[in-house]
Write a protein that binds this ligand. Structure first.
Ligand code: ADP
Ligand code: TRP
Length: 332
């Protein structure tokens, strides 16, 4: 019982808007798995309502939703221990989004950097995109979540969630909603991509988790490096390949590789080859499981349907509390 009292409600989501990459794994999914292993009450979901703000193609959205579902399962999200579901299987979250909209100042949304970034990149400035953080706040508070494992880019969204939830509590005069904390691991808060910028599907600089070993090696070979010749000494701290190696190799090997960089005679090609090897080793078991899951998509659909039912029960209870607090009468 004591142990249970110490566990936290953990929640996180990923948009089904492309193929998962090393940044998603190191920055978010690895923490999902650790928190699951530690016995917390974990809720992990596929944010398909969010994806609609930028991906408006039926077949692609369906395909990406199944990809993320199989990816989570293959990487080790255990539906027996974590509640694993698709966002739209809990439609109450859109009701809560509306309610939170009514306490969310427009000025707060205007400060949200992800909206500005997305519009600057050419995405259409639709209301869904603008309201994205409020839907995310609804995702988080509807499950009374304490802890939200994410990468650095999501920090502002968690701050907005706290702000909006706090305003709801203030407006209705009681502690109805739980204010969550972000869970960000500094070393992997911003995993660099093959061009040294933050790895992101929007920048076309990712290393995909579910690729073949050959594709992975090819992608690693494309990592941008300077033109220091093979024989010359190199500064590991200025190298995009080394930055990724640091996140994957053990400390002894990292020391060895750093020494080789500094000594010269060690080329970027060597480092890229080792990086590809490490990635392929890391994901070999998950890739195998993914191939198995792909053979039986109905089984995957069943697993997420069950998760959706569990999640919905929790959400419905919270919604009732929220409607009661705000004076929304229900007649049925
Ligand atoms: P993308 O930027 O590729 O669209 P998402 O926004 O779907 O990725 O991110 C899903 C999760 O993975 C979020 O928690 C996000 O913070 C994390 N994440 C994505 N890219 C990185 C990265 N390069 N470094 C650390 N975490 C990341
Ligand atoms: N905005 C998140 C991303 O792009 C996805 C997301 C939606 C999310 N709802 C969430 C993350 C709730 C954490 C909690 O990565």
């Amino acid at each position: 019982m004591d142990n249970f009292a110490k566990t936290k409600r953990v929640l996180s989501g990923i948009q089904p808007s492309g193929r998962l990459h090393l940044g998603n794994y190191l920055g978010a999914i690895r923490q999902y798995l650790q928190l699951q292993e530690q016995g917390h009450q974990c809720f992990y979901f596929i944010a398909n309502y969010h994806a609609m703000t930028s991906l408006q193609d039926k077949a692609e959205l369906e395909e990406a939703t199944m990809h993320v579902a199989m990816a989570y399962l293959a990487l080790g999200i255990d539906p027996e221990r974590s509640v694993f579901f698709v966002q739209s299987d809990v439609p109450e979250v859109t009701e809560l989004c509306w309610i939170l909209n009514t306490v969310c100042p427009v000025s707060l949304m205007q400060k949200a950097t992800s909206y500005k970034d997305k519009v600057a990149r050419g995405l259409s400035a639709n209301m869904g995109l603008f309201d994205y953080p409020v839907l995310q706040a609804a995702d988080i508070v509807i499950y009374d979540s304490h802890l939200v494992p994410v990468g650095q880019d999501q920090k502002q969204h968690i701050e907005i969630t706290r702000d909006v939830a706090g305003r709801f509590n203030q407006t209705y005069g009681r502690e109805v909603l739980v204010l969550p904390e972000p869970y960000i691991v500094p070393e992997v808060a911003i995993v660099p991509g093959i061009d040294g910028q933050k790895m992101s599907k929007s920048y076309d600089n990712t290393i995909e988790i579910f690729a073949t070993p050959k594709q992975t090696a090819k992608r690693c070979a494309q990592i941008v490096t300077d033109s220091t010749p093979l024989e010359a000494p190199k500064n590991p701290e200025r190298c995009n390949v080394f930055a990724l190696l640091k996140l994957l190799a053990g400390p002894t090997e990292i020391e060895e590789i750093a020494a080789k960089y500094r000594a010269g005679g060690y080329g970027y090609g060597h480092a890229k080859g080792r990086l590809a090897e490490l990635i392929n080793e890391l994901f070999a078991p998950a890739r195998q499981r993914y191939a198995e899951l792909e053979k039986d998509p109905d089984n995957v659909r069943q697993i997420i349907a069950q998760g959706g039912k569990k999640a919905r029960l929790v959400a419905q209870a919270t919604m009732q509390r929220i409607r009661d607090a705000a004076g929304i009468l229900v007649h049925h």
